[in-house]
Design a protein around this ligand. Structure first.
Ligand SMILES: Cc1cc2nc3c(=O)[nH]c(=O)nc-3n(C[C@H](O)[C@H](O)[C@H](O)COP(=O)(O)OP(=O)(O)OC[C@H]3O[C@@H](n4cnc5c(N)ncnc54)[C@H](O)[C@@H]3O)c2cc1C
Length: 261
């Protein structure tokens, strides 16, 4: 099985500042019907910005004709952060083929979605494209009253120390009865702790908990591509939980390798 992801050249058609830390980019491909959407609500693509070879990953926040929409969180520093922070309209970038993880049980009666600002695009997509009764736990510093589509019961948590409010909120969820699904994305260390908590306390609940970014004091040396790990895991019959844990481990190895060089 090939582990090389397809790549597509795109041009930035529009850039809009949605909130202090969130920028919306509209990207158009060169050919009609160029984007092979998976239709999975939390589908993501790799983004390679001009002059770079490193990949960062972004959720497809929408598809509008020939354009795909990415909502990019800007941090204090970062490769895509720096690029998206300047007027990049008209510039060319590369995106990789989309993948997705969202997979509730077929008989799910409810879903709970949780995450920080980087997870908001996926949470918005999931709310928009599914009909399950939905509760959301959102930990964001920006004021985003209209960002999430209507229809979900949203609890906004302000981040006193990044991540702590979210962990506490997950541990005090009043889980509904019946079959349901828990989806969460955010900082990797925190997601790992939440996976352990769910394994211990919620064995019967289906969940996907994804490390979307890693806390570090400097620009990430090299992003590990979740695409090949995802494809190899699926073909080996691994669960999404095992696949995302393998992704975390690969990023740990990549960090130690970078530190020892
Ligand atoms: C499947 C998937 C889907 C994702 N979807 C989105 C999305 O839709 N929108 C989005 O904005 N991000 C999303 N992310 C997260 C995004 O890929 C990372 O935040 C990315 O590392 C940011 O790249 P950068 O080049 O700006 O910063 P980097 O060069 O990667 O990092 C620079 C510095 O910023 C810190 N940093 C990186 N990310 C964060 C963060 N989120 N919060 C605080 N500090 C951070 C790093 O620790 C480092 O110190 C997704 C990740 C995955 C795996």
């Amino acid at each position: 099985m090939s582990t090389r992801a397809e790549q597509y050249a795109v041009r930035v058609c529009a850039r809009e500042q949605i909130s202090p830390h969130l920028i919306r980019l509209r990207l158009a491909g060169r050919a009609p019907d160029w984007f092979p959407s998976t239709g999975i609500p939390d589908e993501w693509v790799g983004l390679i910005v001009p002059g770079q070879y490193q990949v960062r990953y972004y959720t497809v926040r929408g598809l509008a004709g020939a354009e795909i929409v990415l909502d990019v969180v800007v941090h204090e520093m970062g490769l895509v952060t720096e690029w998206a922070s300047h007027d990049c309209v008209g510039e060319h970038a590369i995106i990789t083929e989309p993948k997705g993880s969202y997979a509730p049980p077929q008989d799910a009666e409810w879903q709970i979605l949780a995450g920080d600002l980087t997870a908001m695009p996926a949470i918005a997509q999931i709310i928009e494209s599914t009909e399950l009764p939905t509760k959301v736990l959102a930990e964001v510093a920006d004021d985003l009253p209209d960002y999430l589509p209507t229809g979900a019961e949203v609890t906004w948590l302000s981040p006193p120390h990044a991540g702590s409010a979210l962990s506490a909120a997950v541990e005090s969820i009043a889980w509904p009865d019946g079959v349901g699904y828990f989806w969460m994305a955010g900082e990797s260390g925190q997601m790992r702790a939440i996976r352990k908590y769910l394994m211990r306390e919620r064995r019967g609940t289906a969940y996907d908990v994804m490390g979307y970014w890693r806390r570090s004091a400097s620009r990430q040396p090299r992003a590990v591509d979740p695409g090949p790990i995802w494809r190899a895991g699926k073909s080996a019959g691994r669960t999404d939980e095992e696949i995302w844990a393998a992704y975390d481990a690969a990023r740990d190895n990549s960090d130690s390798a970078a530190r020892s060089t």
